[in-house]
Design a protein around this ligand. Structure first.
Ligand code: NDP
Length: 481
């Protein structure tokens, strides 16, 4: 059985209670983990608080060395980790491995930045005096992570937090704790001092809630649903914690009449159906210029038909590509109800719209990749986040119309525009309400650029050197000679 890791020790919950983690592909039990409670969370927070002063005063070079060493050890166990991730999450092995790769890239990116943090010297009006801005770590950080990219999104929090000299308590999603636990164990084995990096498991409303409320936690980095994010903000901000919220999205993709159609088709396919569509920055609304519309829809339908739904541990015969199950039964029901709602309002299903049939699918949460057209703007597939393999495609007649409709969402996470016209690019980059705009590409990059949302997609940024700003507090100092 997997255990929590608190103060460098693998431990059970104080209650001795456990719960099972099940494989979304077949319902099998993958392993069991402790069902932690608020006392367990407090033990982890206390350990992280006790470790803080010494870690904050460890040289940046030394912290970087330990992060690089952690990365090496995680990389040495990459195959085993990807398999665990596939079993608990459902994603195909290739995608699981890509996730580990992103995690490693992030650790090394922030390890490299640890010794490059700069402050400032500031001239002052007073005679014989000058000011300095020094940057101090905040203390104990709570990292609350969802199930769709459990490892990448843990890395985007743990990397900058540790590089900046903070200590961390990780709370993985209840359904995906196993690969995260294994990684935290490896990072501790790599030499992180006791208490610097801890992981606790158990219900979000119990152990997560303790992170939000406990006064020893000074920073919450949360990724998850917008509704949970609202609660996180209410509770954690009330205790004056520093909070960043990476929340839901409904990313628009705009394909103009001068776009490179083949590239845009590949972008739409991978952008929507990677991770069975369970991505915050997936393409969730596709706006295509009317001159291209019919060609684009039929091109996309034939491309997406290459997906073969099945267990992520297996590979289909080429040219088929594996798409795993949805992560939970509730997730699949949500997509089904969004499709049914769209159809009841006049939408047409041009691909999928059903569960795959056959005995091999009965125990998993499988759903066929689905494409809809003629979806009205008030359908739930437009107004809500669609967190699964469902893509509505809309016809637009101008750039203005495309941008207005793209912006007609409560969300503002990612977006993309496909065109060769520099004026169009400039207008789109300027006007689309989103934290990121990709032009002729859905290459999200790994850690180089800041990433985050506007509107109901949250606030604050992960990735990039900018992320360090959320883990270091500027302190003004006046020196008088
Ligand atoms: P949830 O909001 O349900 O859960 C996220 C995390 O919060 C889990 O670890 C959960 O624990 C925990 N949690 C739940 N309740 C509380 C609470 N009261 N206090 C503290 N923690 C709590 O999100 P999902 O796991 O369903 O993730 C999917 C969502 O994440 C989607 O909306 C997606 O768009 C968004 N997301 C955003 C990204 C971004 O960068 N903007 C990236 C990826 C996903 P438990 O599992 O135990 O309930």
């Amino acid at each position: 059985m997997a255990k929590m890791l608190i103060n460098g020790e693998s431990v059970d919950s104080v209650t001795g209670q456990t719960y099972e983690v099940r494989n979304p592909a077949n319902g099998d039990v993958v392993d069991a983990v402790p069902k932690g409670n608020a006392d367990d969370a407090r033990a982890a927070i206390d350990a992280a608080a006790a470790a803080f002063d010494s870690w904050a005063h460890t040289s940046a070079e030394e912290r970087a060395k330990l992060l690089f060493k952690s990365s090496e050890l995680v990389n040495a166990n990459r195959k085993e980790l990807a398999e665990v991730l596939t079993r608990e999450q459902g994603k195909p092995l290739l995608e699981a491995d890509t996730e580990i790769e992103h995690f490693l890239h992030g650790l090394e990116f922030y390890a490299g930045l640890a010794s490059k943090v700069r402050g400032a010297q500031v001239p002052l009006p007073a005679k014989n005096a000058y000011g300095m801005v020094i940057r101090k770590p905040l203390g104990v950080c709570g990292a609350i992570v969802p199930w769709n990219f459990p490892i990448t999104l843990m890395g985007t929090k743990v990397g900058p937090a540790l590089a900046a000299g903070n200590t961390v308590v990780v709370k993985p999603a209840s359904t995906t704790p196993l690969c995260s636990i294994r990684i935290i164990e490896l990072m501790n084995q790599a030499g992180l001092p006791k208490g610097v990096l801890n992981i606790i498991t158990g219900p979000g409303g119990v152990v997560g809630e303790e992170l939000l409320k406990n006064p020893k936690i000074r920073r919450i980095a949360f990724t998850g649903e917008s509704s949970t994010g609202k609660h996180v903000a209410e509770v954690a901000c009330a205790d004056f914690k520093r909070v960043t919220l990476e929340l839901g999205g409904s990313d628009p993709m705009i394909v103009c009449d001068d776009a490179d159609v083949q590239k845009a088709l590949s972008g739409a396919m991978v952008g929507r159906f990677w991770n069975a569509g369970q991505a915050c920055l997936a393409v969730k609304r596709l706006y295509v210029f009317e001159t291209l519309f019919d060609e684009f829809v039929s091109g996309l339908v034939s491309k997406v038909a290459r997906y073969d739904v099945g267990d992520g541990m297996t590979k289909p015969e080429k040219p088929k590509i594996r798409m795993g199950p949805l992560h939970t039964a509730a997730q699949r029901e949500e997509i089904e109800s969004q499709v049914a709602d769209a159809v009841s309002r006049g939408a047409r299903v041009v691909l999928g719209g059903s569960r795959p049939e056959g005995q091999q699918y009965e125990k998993g949460f499988y759903y066929n990749p689905t494409i809809l057209v003629d979806v009205p703007d008030d359908a739930r597939a437009v107004t809500e986040e669609t967190f699964g393999p469902l893509l509505p495609i809309f016809k637009v007649s101008s750039l203005d119309e495309a941008i207005d409709r793209a912006n007609g969402s409560i969300y503002g996470l990612g977006s993309s525009i496909w065109t060769k016209n520099i004026d169009t690019i400039d207008t789109a980059v300027d006007r689309i309400q989103a934290g990121n705009v990709w032009v002729n590409s859905l290459h999200y990059g790994y850690d180089e650029l800041p990433f985050g949302g506007v509107k109901a997609s949250g606030f604050g940024r992960e990735h990039g050197p900018e992320a360090l700003d959320y883990y270091l507090e500027p302190k003004g100092v006046v020196i008088t000679r």
